[in-house]
Write a protein that binds this ligand. Structure first.
Ligand code: SF4
Length: 372
C-alpha cells in the first residue's frame, strides 16, 4: 500500500532505532499523547526498539476514554426518554457509566442509533420531525469541527427537533495539567498529528516556554513515531525545548484556519471534567450562547445522573501515564474487551485494549504477579 508501506519499512525503522541509540546518553521519559499512536507503538513494538532507559508513557488522547461516566449516564437518561432518538458513534456504545451502557439502554427499549457523523444525525432529524434527536458529540479537536458544521447546518435549516450532548475536550490544557501535576515525570511529548492538522501547533508554544519541555508533532506510522522520538531526544540531549513538526506532510503551524474559525464561532471554552483525571481548567467546549438552543442539557434540564461508586479500575492513572495496564489486577481476567470495567478497555484507541490485543500474555502475567 503506497503511502503506508513507505512509513513501515523495517530496514529504515532499524536505522532510526540505531540513530536514537547513538544520540542517547542518559534516561529519558517521553509521552505520546494520542491513543492511535499508543496502538501503533504497542502493535509495532516501537518501545522495544528504544535504548534501555528511554521509556514511553501513554497519554490521555483517547476521546472515548476521557468522557466522564456522568456524561455517559446523562446520555443513557436522555436516550431512555420515550420520544428521543439518541445518536452516537459506535465506540461510545459500550462505554460504561454507573447506569450501564448505551447498548444496555438499547436492549431495554431505548431508540439508540449508531452513526458515523453528526450529519447522519441531522438526516435522522429531518426524517423524524415528531421525535427529539440527540447527538452525542464527543472527541478532541479532530471531531469538534464536524460537530460545529452540524450545528451551523441545523441553525440554517432551523431544525427544532435536533440537539447535542456536547463533551468535546482540548489537548493543550490536558498537557498543561499533566506537566503541572505533582507526579509528573514527562520530559518530552509526542503531540498528536491529527489534532495539529486541525489546530496547528501555536497553542503548544506557550507550554514549551513555560515548562521547558520539547514537543514534537508526530504522525502515527512506525517511522513517524521513531522520527518523532529521535527529534524529541535530540532536543533533550542538546538542552533545547522547542515545538518541532515531524508530521509536516499534514500539519501547518496555524492548522486549518476554516476549521478553527468554525470552532470559534460555535463553541466557547470552559472547565471540563475528564474521566479519571478530574476537572481541567479551560479544557472543554460548550455551545456558544447563539447556539444554546441546540444544547441537549438545556433541552432536558431535569436529567439526574447516579452518584459514581468506587471502582477498582485504575484507568485514571493509566491516562496520566502513572501506571500501565499490567499494573491493574483486573487486566485480562475481570476486565476484558468483552466485559470491560473501564473505558480504556472498551475503546479502539484505549491503552488497555492495545495491551490486551498485542501484549496480553505479558501484561496479564504482570497483573497476575500483582494479584499474588
Ligand atoms: S484493565 Fe480494565 S479495570 Fe484495569 S485499568 Fe484497564 S480498563 Fe480499568
Amino acid at each position: 500500500m503506497r503511502h503506508v508501506d513507505e512509513y513501515r519499512d523495517p530496514a529504515a525503522a532499524r536505522r532510526y532505532g540505531d540513530a536514537i541509540a547513538q544520540i542517547t546518553t542518559r534516561d529519558w521519559i517521553l509521552m505520546e499523547i494520542c491513543g492511535g499512536q499508543t496502538h501503533s507503538i504497542v502493535r509495532h513494538g516501537i518501545d522495544r526498539m528504544l535504548p534501555w532507559g528511554v521509556s514511553l508513557l501513554h497519554g490521555p488522547g483517547c476521546p472515548v476514554c476521557v468522557t466522564p461516566a456522568s456524561v455517559v449516564d446523562a446520555a443513557i437518561a436522555m436516550a431512555s426518554r420515550p420520544n428521543v432518538i439518541f445518536c452516537s458513534f459506535g465506540d461510545m456504545m459500550r462505554v460504561p457509566g454507573e447506569a450501564g451502557t448505551l447498548f444496555t439502554a438499547r436492549a431495554s427499549g431505548a431508540d439508540v442509533r449508531m452513526v458515523y457523523s453528526p450529519l447522519d444525525a441531522l438526516a435522522i432529524a429531518r426524517e423524524n420531525p415528531d421525535r427529539e434527536i440527540v447527538f452525542f458529540a464527543i472527541g478532541f479537536e479532530t471531531t469538534a469541527p464536524t460537530t460545529a458544521m452540524a450545528v451551523l447546518q441545523a441553525d440554517r435549516e432551523d431544525l427544532r427537533n435536533f440537539s447535542m450532548l456536547v463533551s468535546h475536550v482540548l489537548v493543550p490544557p490536558a498537557m498543561e495539567a499533566l506537566l503541572s501535576g505533582p507526579h509528573n515525570a514527562v520530559q518530552g511529548f509526542l503531540a498528536a498529528g491529527h489534532v495539529c492538522t486541525v489546530m496547528g501547533y501555536v497553542d503548544y508554544e506557550p507550554l514549551v516556554r513555560r515548562h521547558k519541555v520539547p514537543i514534537v508533532v508526530t504522525g502515527f506510522e512506525p517511522l513517524d513515531l521513531l522520527q518523532g522520538i529521535y527529534m524529541c531526544i535530540r532536543q533533550l540531549e542538546e538542552g533545547r525545548a522547542e515545538v518541532e513538526n515531524q508530521y509536516s506532510r499534514s500539519v501547518r503551524r496555524n492548522g486549518n484556519e476554516r476549521a478553527r474559525a468554525a470552532l470559534a464561532q460555535v463553541f466557547t471554552i470552559e472547565d471540563q471534567a475528564w474521566r479519571g483525571m478530574g476537572e481541567i481548567a479551560s479544557s472543554g467546549l460548550t455551545l456558544a450562547p447563539a447556539y444554546a438552543r441546540f444544547d441537549a442539557r438545556k433541552r432536558f434540564p431535569d436529567i439526574v445522573v447516579p452518584t459514581p461508586n468506587p471502582s477498582e479500575c485504575i484507568s485514571g492513572d493509566i491516562l496520566r501515564g502513572l501506571r500501565k495496564p499490567g499494573d491493574c489486577p483486573a487486566f485480562g481476567t475481570r476486565c476484558t474487551p468483552e466485559h470491560p470495567l473501564g473505558a480504556t478497555m472498551v475503546s479502539s484507541e484505549g491503552t488497555c485494549a492495545a495491551y490486551y490485543r498485542y501484549r496480553r500474555l505479558e501484561a496479564g502475567e504482570m497483573a497476575l504477579r500483582r494479584r499474588a
